[in-house]
Structures are given as C-alpha cells and as structure tokens.
Design a protein. Sequence first.
Length: 94
Amino acid sequence: MRTMISLEEEARLRVKESEAELATASGKLQAFVEENFRLVAGGLIYVSSRFNPEELNVELHAQTLAVDEARMKFHTALASWRNTDKKTRTAQWQ
C-alpha cells in the first residue's frame, strides 16, 4: 500500500536525498585529491603513482563536475522546499 505524503514532506525528502548525494560526491572528490595531490604554495602538485597526469586531470575534472551537479541538485531541492513551505503558510493564513 502506498502512503500519501504532503508536498512539503516530499520536498523535504528530496532535500535530504540530494544532501546525501552532495556529501557522497564531496567525499569522493576529497579522497581522490588527498590520494593523488598535495597543496603546495597555493596550488596542487601530483604525488600519485599513476604515470599519466592527463588521466588525473580528466578524473579530477569529472569528480569536480559531479560535486557541482550534486550541489545544483541540492540547491534546487532546497528552493523547492522553501517555496512549498511558503505556499503552505500562505494557504494556512487564508
């Protein structure tokens, strides 16, 4: 049996899911950077055992894009939740 939930609850669930996705993507990026790079004089240098720096650049770019996409998804879900909450409060006052 399917349970009915309010639009606000659904929006809140989307926020929690997207927040978890953002945390996962950020954690993967952080682990990748810590494993393959070191911060020296404000820039990243390679310390990886991989021989092809181009592969690292491609993977770093992909990881960064994944974080950006997860961040955008989170902010979209958050805005939707806020709008749903405003509509709920407005409806209650009428």
